[in-house]
Design a protein around this ligand. Structure first.
Ligand code: ATP
Length: 277
């Protein structure tokens, strides 16, 4: 493993097809995956494919999911680095942690998406114990730039994805072209995107849980109508509403011992209302 800051894969089966809305971002990710799988064609044309991607947007909009899906599309694995956890208040430790992560990444032979989440922390991080905080911030960001350049030059197996909720805080020189070639917004979904997300979440649940003898959702469930009733909610919120409806049904059945019947549109509307209040 890269370091204790690495956490396990979250949803190893997820594909770009499962990402709702975000058509432009998904199209760009497909292109990254295609170029990754055809290094020979890239080389013949002297083309360089993106090796660094910055995803920015509010929490719960699908950034981590996109990184996981990209890893799956390239037949590789996701290594997730919680950026704040590699930052240390002792001078030099943050730099060492970054160097260790990149040193290991340079030797990876498997296709890998190296994900740095909460990436803005690398800039906003201040070693509070020191009054020369500015100096330290620069050192940490400087090491990251240097390490990323070396990695890009030496190991085509790795794609670096950084995510942030605060793009304004990410230093421009850190993400300038050549390091993060793609900077993509991942916004809160609009109505049509919410409908697409709900359709895909429902499709996934049905595929995983329905059997010939078990219906999870009633015929009246209508993703479009649910999308209309869920302004401002993110994909993570929509997933949470479904999760609560599932739990309600399961508890009802577990308590009574009798089949609870499928989740209806009214059940889902109630779950969305509870979530919004
Ligand atoms: P954070 O900034 O807090 O890390 P994030 O943008 O990385 O959030 P995810 O962790 O990817 O958000 O989203 C949480 C879950 O919500 C996903 O695993 C997925 O199930 C669901 N989800 C979020 N956005 C989408 C989407 N666009 N399409 C389908 N599912 C989504």
């Amino acid at each position: 493993t890269v370091s204790p800051a690495v956490v396990a894969d979250r949803s190893p089966g997820v594909r770009l097809d499962d990402v709702g809305g975000l058509e432009d971002v998904v199209a760009q990710f497909r292109d990254v995956a295609v170029s990754f799988r055809h290094p020979d064609v890239m080389a013949r044309w002297g083309a360089t494919r993106p090796q660094g991607i910055l995803l920015y947007g509010p929490p719960g909009t699908g950034k981590t999911m996109l990184a996981q899906a990209l890893a799956n599309e390239i037949g590789g694995e996701l290594r997730e680095i919680r950026t704040p956890e590699i930052l240390d208040k002792w001078v030099g430790n943050s730099e060492k942690n970054i160097q260790r992560i990149f040193a290991e990444a340079r030797h990876l032979r498997e296709p890998t998406v190296l994900l740095f989440d909460e990436f803005d922390s690398i800039i906003t991080y201040t070693g509070q114990a020191f009054d020369a905080a500015g100096q330290m911030i620069n050192a940490v960001a400087g090491i990251f730039k240097q390490e990323m350049n070396t990695l890009i030059a030496e190991n085509p197996n790795v794609i670096v994805v950084a995510t942030t909720n605060f793009p304004d805080r990410v230093d421009a020189s850190l993400v300038r072209s050549g390091r993060f070639d793609l900077k993509l917004a991942v916004p809160v979904p609009a109505r049509r995107a919410r409908a697409d997300i709900l359709t895909k979440l429902l499709r996934g649940l049905i595929a995983r849980h329905e059997t010939p003898g078990f219906r999870m959702f009633a015929d009246d469930v209508d993703a479009d109508a649910l999308a209309t009733e869920s302004p401002g909610l993110t994909g993570a919120d929509l997933k949470e509403a479904l999760r609560r409806a599932q739990l309600d049904k399961a508890m009802q059945e577990a308590r009574s011992g009798a089949p609870a019947g499928p989740i209806t549109q009214a059940d889902l509307l109630a779950a969305l209302t509870r979530l919004r209040s």
